[in-house]
Design a protein around this ligand. Structure first.
Ligand code: WT7
Length: 644
């Protein structure tokens, strides 16, 4: 850990020679560099070649064999860490469970035995639709143990969203819970899983974890209680060594079309990269108590709650519920209760907690915190300062970590585990070792310092996706076609004269709502299935806590009568189709959508209307009247709101 400084961060001066040298070597000799990192893990068979690069497909540690569950549990259960805390679980209702590495090891073995007894084989996909309870990481590791491929579906997703993902990945096995606790309410997960199964008939077996004890319908022959299955489970299942490029998991994320992308991650490259990056960024130590507040349904949970921390034998906190339940100091209470030393969270959460005021923090002893982290969206300097001052007591480094579902591991971030660089509030600072990031212009040429451009990655990296499930063309088209030879992240960024990266949000039609990734096309398609809607366009509006919020412009069918009630119905329809994360902030009715002469909807114009900013160049617009229409109805709407 860097010595905590009592100086304000602006005036700290650190030498950064070590980091620079380390970085330079990683770029100049990537294969030697990554092989060195890979040797920190245990392999059943050493690789023959570090990298086969057949653009855009990379295969790392070719010929090597390993097992991710072995690395996360067996490796520790064989040492003194067997009695070390692996997971501090905090239930929303205040119940708690502590799992040591030996307990975690036993549970992973027993769950793996349950899967084997049901006939799950290496390469089979298993869908996990679970709340944030220990059974989720245990099932992930149990899948990895037998070489099965898990697909975690965020428990806030609707039946339709669940069915789409399960159907795409072809899962025959689904694990869910009877229900989940959220803000003191019970969410019926099994009932949603039943609905999804009706839509996606591939599912043959549903394993039901008991969490709330609520009554559920059990279909004979298909639905099984985990507790019953555990009664016949073995305590030991040999971990199956898998090829380095055997898929560890598929995780769905939103792209620019309506169909979610199944991002496939490897076992070898993914584990090596995450093991290394986690150490560099979080400077993890035996005595650390690490809490990542993300849901395991996102990549942050996969890499930074499960695989990287557990591979390091770290003690993690897993919290089931909402940050403001039963009161807005719940998080501060948890930090105090477990003596959290590393807190990794999102700008949206920081802004929300900032909104509740620092008096809630003053009631708690947060002096255990040593390091703070942020991820998921750009953090504005004001939120950064608040985080630094009130949560970190002006003594902690903040790691603003930039990465994506596709990158698998953290890519651009301060690296206090190597050497501290001076922080700049709002900047993710510099690329981590092995990451060749650049900002380029429209033509793919490096953009000069201070100029906005597209963020690209110019070299393959071990944590990178193997591809998109069942769709190699889309993988090529989505990431490797815009700038030949480079991976297109889809983000805008600026590099300043010190080489620091400033992330400026998405350059494509992907939205970030409270850090969750949604595509405009996906939401538009869902709105359009409402019987009264003819067509719809969706844009984002800047939002003070959520970063971006959803604004829907809908053209109604002739027979439909516009009303506030219908707006509410459309909003509900979206929540049902995708999930509460897709709740729109506003639904507006318009008579037509602004289009280019070639018929493409000009979202840029709608975005300007929704955000009340200048409309810009309209020369490509087919029908200027539609913009007038829009601005008129929008002005009216604003007046109505002002009156109310
Ligand atoms: C997108 C990826 C991987 C973590 C969770 C998000 C945005 C992520 C930052 C950051 C600014 C960030 C980007 C990126 N993003 N981290 N530190 N600063 N923006 O994963 O859902 O795949 O989203 O999140 O726009 O492309 P994801």
């Amino acid at each position: 850990m860097p010595a905590p400084s009592s100086l304000p961060f602006e005036t700290r001066v650190w030498p950064v020679k070590k980091l620079k040298d380390f970085y330079a070597r990683s770029i100049e000799q990537p294969e030697e560099f990554w092989a060195e990192q890979a040797h920190k893990l245990e392999w059943s068979r050493t690789w023959d070649r570090v990298l086969d690069w057949d653009p855009p497909f990379a295969r790392w540690f070719v010929g090597g064999k390993l097992n991710a569950s072995y690395l996360c549990v067996d490796r520790h259960a064989k040492t003194w860490r067997r009695s070390k805390v692996a997971i501090y679980f905090e239930g929303e209702a205040g119940d708690s469970r502590v799992l040591s590495y030996s307990t975690l090891h036993r549970e992973v073995n027993r769950f793996a035995s349950v899967l084997l007894n049901l006939g799950v084989k290496k390469g089979d996909s298993v869908a996990l639709y679970l709340p944030m309870i220990p059974e989720l990481p245990v099932f992930m590791l149990a899948c990895a143990r037998i070489g099965a491929v898990h697909t975690v579906i965020f428990s806030g997703f609707s039946a339709q969203a669940l069915a789409d993902r399960v159907g795409d990945v072809g899962a025959r096995f689904l694990v869910t819970a009877d229900g989940a606790f959220r803000r003191g309410k019970v969410i019926p997960l099994k009932a949603t899983a039943d609905e999804a199964t009706a839509l996606s008939p591939l599912i043959e077996k549903i394993i039901v974890v008991t969490r709330t004890g609520m009554p559920v319908n059990m279909t004979t022959g298909r639905d099984l209680r985990l507790d019953d299955l555990l009664a016949n489970a073995l305590d030991h299942v040999e971990p199956v060594p898998v090829e380095a490029d055997h898929p560890l998991y598929v995780l769905y994320t939103s792209g620019t079309t309506g169909k979610p992308k199944g991002v496939v991650h490897s076992t070898g490259g993914y584990m090596v990269h995450n093991y290394a990056a986690y150490q560099w960024v979080f400077n993890i130590r035996e005595e650390s108590v690490y809490w990542c507040t993300a849901d395991a349904g996102w990549v942050t949970g996969h890499s930074c709650i499960v695989y990287a921390p557990l591979a390091h034998g770290a003690a993690i906190v897993l919290y089931e519920g909402a940050p403001d339940f039963p009161a807005v100091d719940r998080w501060w209470d948890i930090i105090e209760k477990y003596g959290v030393t590393i807190l990794y969270t999102s700008p949206t959460a920081i802004k929300m907690l900032m909104g509740h005021g620092e008096q809630w923090l003053a009631r708690h002893d947060l002096s255990s915190i040593e390091l703070l982290g942020s991820v998921g969206e750009p953090i504005n300097p004001e939120a950064w300062q608040w985080f630094y001052k009130y949560v970190g007591g002006e003594r902690c480094t903040i790691v603003d970590t930039w990465w994506q579902t596709e990158t698998g591991a953290i890519m651009i971030s301060p690296a206090p585990g190597i050497e501290c660089v001076p922080m700049k509030p709002g900047s993710a600072t510099l690329p981590l070792p092995g990451v060749d990031a650049a900002v380029v212009d429209e033509a793919g040429r490096p953009a000069p310092p201070g100029q906005r451009g597209y963020l690209v990655l110019r070299k393959p990296w071990p944590g990178m996706l193997l591809g998109l499930y069942g769709d190699p063309q889309r993988y090529q088209a989505a990431y490797w076609s815009r700038f030949p030879g480079a991976y297109n992240t889809g983000d805008y960024a600026i590099q300043d004269s010190d080489g620091y990266f400033w992330m400026l949000g998405r350059a494509d039609e992907v939205l970030k709502v409270s850090g969750h990734r949604l595509s405009t096309a996906e939401i538009e398609a869902a709105v359009a299935t409402h019987p009264r809607v003819a067509e719809a366009a969706v844009v984002s509006r800047e939002h003070s806590t959520k970063g971006e919020s959803i604004v829907v412009f809908a053209v109604l069918r002739d027979s439909a009568i516009p009303s506030d009630r219908l707006k509410g119905e459309i909003a509900d329809h979206l929540r049902k189709a995708i999930g509460p994360i897709a709740s729109p902030d506003e639904v507006d009715f318009v008579t037509r959508l602004p289009r280019t002469r070639s018929g493409k909807v000009l979202r840029r114009v709608l975005k300007a209307v929704a955000n009340d900013t200048p409309l810009g160049d309209l020369s490509t617009l087919e029908d200027e009247a539609s913009v007038e229409d829009l601005t008129r109805s929008y002005r009216q709407l604003k007046q109505e709101r002002a009156k109310a």
